[in-house]
Design a protein around this ligand. Structure first.
Ligand SMILES: [Zn+2]
Length: 247
């Protein structure tokens, strides 16, 4: 057992996904960095809904996102999802989002190109959103006989049509042009987004699911704005955007 663990250590040197420090997959310093939040941010391209961030996109946040997206560190999604879930809980406690006993939360990840998702072994933002939805209190709260609110969940409702360039290095106006008409709602997504509403008995006080747009980083706000606009055109009202970090 001990020998096996030692051999595995030799084969797979463990380093922190946030900062690269040796010894653990996620170090205490990076864990501490992800505490706190959320903070309200005002991107240049206003999406028309409140935008919340778990903190500044740098240090452990940036390190973990890059490790996940570019270096195949799928485990880095776990602390990022936990940070997102903590912010969701805080926003619910502050009354910014409906409490779990009133309405489920649906996290809609930012649209990604199918080719990028394939190369990365799955859409990293979807993975984070799925973990964060599962970590929210709805799933773990003791059974309440009176409640029939659906659990929180992540629904990949958006896709990015071919032709959109990677937005790195583009300014706000160029990003908007780059995205115009290329973010689309996936087939069947609207039905999935409204499922869970109206589950209650007649006269139920339960509300429709609260739809929250989720992304790893907000810079100009162009992606969030276009996503919120496209969903609104499909009849889906987004109530907030929540990102891991803001530039
Ligand atoms: Zn670290």
């Amino acid at each position: 057992m001990g020998i096996l663990a030692g051999l595995l250590d030799l084969a797979l040197p463990v380093e922190c996904a946030g900062c690269g420090a040796a010894g653990s997959a996620w170090c205490a310093r990076c864990a501490a960095e992800l505490e706190g939040g959320p903070v309200g941010v005002r991107p240049r391209v206003a999406p028309g809904v409140p935008v919340w961030s778990t903190g500044v996109f740098g240090g452990a946040r940036r390190g973990a996102v890059i490790a996940l997206k570019e270096h195949g560190r799928r485990d880095a999604a776990v602390p990022l999802a936990a940070a997102l879930a903590r912010s969701i809980t805080a926003l619910r406690e502050a009354g910014e989002l409906d409490p779990p006993e009133l309405a489920p939360l649906i996290l809609v990840p930012a649209p990604s190109r199918a080719s990028a998702a394939r190369r990365r072994g799955g859409d990293p933002v979807l993975r984070i959103a799925t973990l964060a939805a599962g970590a929210s209190p709805t799933r773990h709260a003791p059974a309440r006989p009176a409640t029939d609110v659906a659990p929180d969940r992540a629904v990949p409702a958006l896709r990015l049509r071919a032709g959109a360039r990677d937005s790195v290095g583009l300014g706000a106006a160029a990003r908007q042009r780059n995205l115009a008409g290329r973010v689309t709602v996936r087939r069947g997504a609207v039905e999935r987004l409204s499922a869970g509403s109206g589950r209650g008995a007649p006269g139920s006080v339960h509300r429709a699911p609260a739809v929250v747009f989720v992304d790893d980083v907000v810079t100009t706000g162009a992606t969030a704005a276009e996503s919120v606009r496209v969903l609104a055109n499909a009849g889906v009202r987004v109530c907030a955007a929540l990102v891991l970090g803001h530039a």
